[in-house]
Design a protein around this ligand. Structure first.
Ligand code: BES
Ligand code: MN
Length: 463
């Protein structure tokens, strides 16, 4: 093991330089004009995997390609015949759109290092976190140190748009991907001194509401006053969906939510997150959330209804006096364990249709959806992960629930029958999905150590 850890220590500068190459690909999965960049990024990644000694291939899909990379196997014993343990490492090479560009201190796809921070879109979410695992495995392969298990990297290009192709891929490659557990570093830790095992993620439903008024934009002087304004109608409608206590005002929305236990709330309260710091970090004049819950609970263990985008009328410079023909809102709701995405979608749509005034016509287009995730932090695998975190960070790890979603982890359970260990390396101040995203280079280095140690811990705890 010594030699693996030494290798990691000696090669940090090169690892950072390689990560910068990875970060230069504008692999924005949501934007069709970047399709080629995703393909190029997948190609580069597969090549890099081969370079470090993995058997890698790029698997085309109906959407963006999936990169599959495995530790080389001289013989392939069947697991049923008592073969070696096999773990999957999942990550994504696609990134969120970088807009608004003018808020970036340096261009999003031109990585920049300042102190111990590496700035670029995707630095933390998820290229940097994924790269930590690749480098740990490289250390084993390049030093000729035997791994105690087989590893398969599954790296997709559609995580930020709902992982549609990967779910199908899992079904068609069920045998090849059969494993003991999946390891994912695509979540966070409360701060640099608290490595974390995340045992729950929120689910999600996404949809777009469009409200149509007149058949075209109208002169607001000639006709304004005699027709409803779709932007006004939509704002009024959306305004009714949350009450003054921060609760979602949609009948049935909370029906399936399991109340938080006293024990879990006590755990939450122990996390090193202070409201004052949060307010400062987020730049809000005052925090706001569902009354009766702490902000930690609000953003990880309670469901929400959020407007992600709101569009109507003239958006260019200067003024234009019109009554717009339509108005649109992009919405996502975050869900908690036991809430069924299809049912929430139904109660939300029914309520919207019910309160829509007769002066406009409403259309709802539904998008992706996923259930929340929950896994026991008491399992032997989770305990092994905690030991790896403890040794790598020299700090006591915390258990936490997080508010983000990784839809595919439910499919790992449903399709492959295995749990996912969520071992995040992101910090709250990493600006994931925001301008000036960054990754902490200490988290990167410690993440590599954690990964290197993890395989030992997972294999020694197997019965
Ligand atoms: N890495 C995030 C998910 C995440 C972030 C989980 C922080 C926990 C803490 C992931 O890349 C992501 O952003 N997922 C999307 C999924 C959605 C597009 C279906 C999300 O949560 O918005
Ligand atoms: Mn993300």
């Amino acid at each position: 093991m010594r030699i693996v850890l030494d290798y990691l220590k000696r090669n940090q500068d090169r690892f950072v330089a390689e990560l910068c190459v990875f970060l230069r690909f504008p692999s924005v999965s949501a934007q069709p004009h970047h399709k080629k960049d995703l393909r190029a990024c997948a190609g580069w990644l597969a090549n890099h995997c081969r370079h470090i000694g993995l058997d890698a291939r790029v698997c085309p899909t109906a959407g963006h390609p999936i990169v599959l990379a495995k530790t080389p196997q001289l013989v392939a014993p069947k697991r049923s015949e008592g073969g070696r343990p096999h773990f999957m490492i999942y990550g994504h090479y696609d990134v969120q759109p970088p807009e608004p560009l003018d808020l970036w201190k340096s261009p999003p796809f031109e990585p920049r290092i300042e102190g111990r921070s590496l700035f670029a879109r995707g630095a933390s979410d998820n290229k940097g976190q994924l790269f930590a695992h690749l480098k740990a495995v490289e250390a084993y392969l390049k030093t000729g140190t035997p791994l105690p298990c087989d590893l398969t990297f599954v790296i997709e290009g559609e995580e930020e748009v709902g992982s549609v192709s990967l779910a199908k891929f899992l079904k068609s490659h069920r045998r090849e991907l059969g494993c003991d557990a999946v390891v994912v570093s695509d979540t966070g830790m409360p701060d640099a001194d608290h490595p974390a095992l995340t045992y729950s993620l929120r689910g999600i439903i996404a949809f777009e509401i469009t409200v149509y008024g007149p058949s075209r934009d109208l002169h607001s002087g000639i006709f304004g006053g005699a027709v409803d304004n779709p932007a006004m109608a939509l704002s009024r409608l959306l305004g009714k969906l949350r009450d003054k206590n921060g609760r979602v005002a949609i009948p049935g929305f909370y029906d399936e939510v399991v109340p938080l236990s006293a024990c879990e709330r006590k755990q939450f309260a122990r996390l090193p997150i202070k409201d004052r710091d949060l307010q400062k970090l987020l730049g809000v004049p005052k925090l706001f959330g569902e009354r009766g819950f702490t902000s930690t609970e609000q953003c990880s263990a309670r469901p929400t209804f959020e407007i992600n985008g709101l569009t109507s009328g003239y958006q260019g410079e200067g003024s234009k006096t019109i009554v717009p023909a339509w108005a649109r809102a992009k919405i996502t709701c975050r869900l908690v364990p036991n809430q069924r995405p299809a049912r929430i979608h139904k109660v939300v749509c029914e309520h919207l249709k019910k309160i829509c005034p007769p002066t406009v016509r409403m259309e709802i287009e539904s998008g992706h959806g996923a259930e929340a995730y929950w896994v026991s932090p008491a399992s032997a695998q989770a305990q092994a992960a905690l030991r790896a975190l403890r040794q790598a960070f020299h700090r006591e790890p915390v258990l936490m629930r997080e508010g983000g979603s990784i839809p595919i982890v439910n499919d790992f359970k449903k399709i492959l029958g295995v749990d996912t260990l969520l071992l995040g390396l992101g910090l709250p101040e990493d600006n994931a999905h925001s301008p000036n995203e960054k990754f902490d280079l200490d988290c990167f280095a410690k993440g590599q150590l954690m990964s290197a140690l993890l395989w030992q811990e997972l294999c020694s705890s197997r019965h």
